[in-house]
Design a protein around this ligand. Structure first.
Ligand SMILES: Nc1ncnc2c1ncn2[C@@H]1O[C@H](COP(=O)(O)OP(=O)(O)OP(=O)(O)O)[C@@H](O)[C@H]1O
Ligand SMILES: [Mg+2]
Length: 212
């Protein structure tokens, strides 16, 4: 199955969520995962190469990939439908290479924040995605939520996003997330992620396997 992590908004947390989810699915759920890193900075690939030097065995493969090369991967993906391919997308919407990736997606995870600019790029991203692939399940994850901030637009934003997909539990803003590598999520933040990833797994990934 293919899970894309996207939002045209730069810095929304795509690479962070992709990395955390890859760690969770392999570490907690024993899933077979491959990460396709299509980020311009190839931030996950860089962490992966660094971690490989320090550790013995990598729990999943990270492949630096471009949108243009994705069609070469599609046959392999179709031949191994039980394997999870996590795709960390670049923060853009103006590339025709996205069409094939959007069409291949079973689930799309879209990290966002409640500020105006994030919302303004999250909605068009999700709408374009749904137009290209009406069957894809879009899951919105509020990210970098600060404990002491009241988000004025939260209810309104959630209502609008819930018409396109489903708003999941939020990920708080924590410095520990910046220290996550491709082998392990720090124990201190594993617990914070359970309310986000557990329902994502139970209600969408597991369900997908049961249906296919
Ligand atoms: N919940 C969080 N708490 C603290 N820092 C975070 C959190 N989520 C992301 N960050 C930090 O925010 C920055 C941007 O995150 P990230 O690289 O995941 O975004 P992105 O959407 O992949 O960006 P790009 O569009 O450039 O690919 C990184 O430095 C990351 O460590
Ligand atoms: Mg990124």
């Amino acid at each position: 199955m293919v899970i894309i992590i996207g939002n045209q908004k730069g810095g929304a947390g795509k690479s962070t969520v992709a990395l955390l989810l890859a760690n969770y699915l392999t570490g907690t759920k024993s899933c077979k995962v491959t990460v396709l890193d299509m980020d311009y900075q190839q931030s996950i690939s860089q962490k992966f190469e660094k971690a490989k030097i320090l550790e013995n065995e990598e729990p999943y493969e990270v492949l630096a990939y471009s949108l243009q090369h994705f069609p070469m991967m599609e046959q392999t993906i179709r031949q191994n439908p039980k394997d999870i391919v996590l795709i960390d997308l670049p923060g853009k919407l103006d590339d025709d290479g996205l069409i094939r990736v959007f069409k291949a997606a079973d689930i799309a995870i879209c990290p966002f924040s409640y500020d105006e600019f994030s919302f303004e790029s999250t909605v068009p991203f999700a709408l374009v995605l749904k137009k290209i692939n009406p069957k894809v399940q879009v899951l919105f994850i509020p990210n970098r939520i600060k404990a002491n901030v009241r988000y004025e637009t939260k209810t309104e934003v959630n209502t609008q996003l819930n018409q396109i997909g489903l708003v999941m539990a939020a990920i708080p803003d924590r410095i520990d997330f910046q220290r996550t590598n491709t082998f392990q999520t720090p124990v201190a933040i594993q617990a914070i992620l359970v309310p986000v990833f557990e329902p994502l797994y139970d209600n969408f990934i597991k369900l997908f396997y049961e249906r296919n």
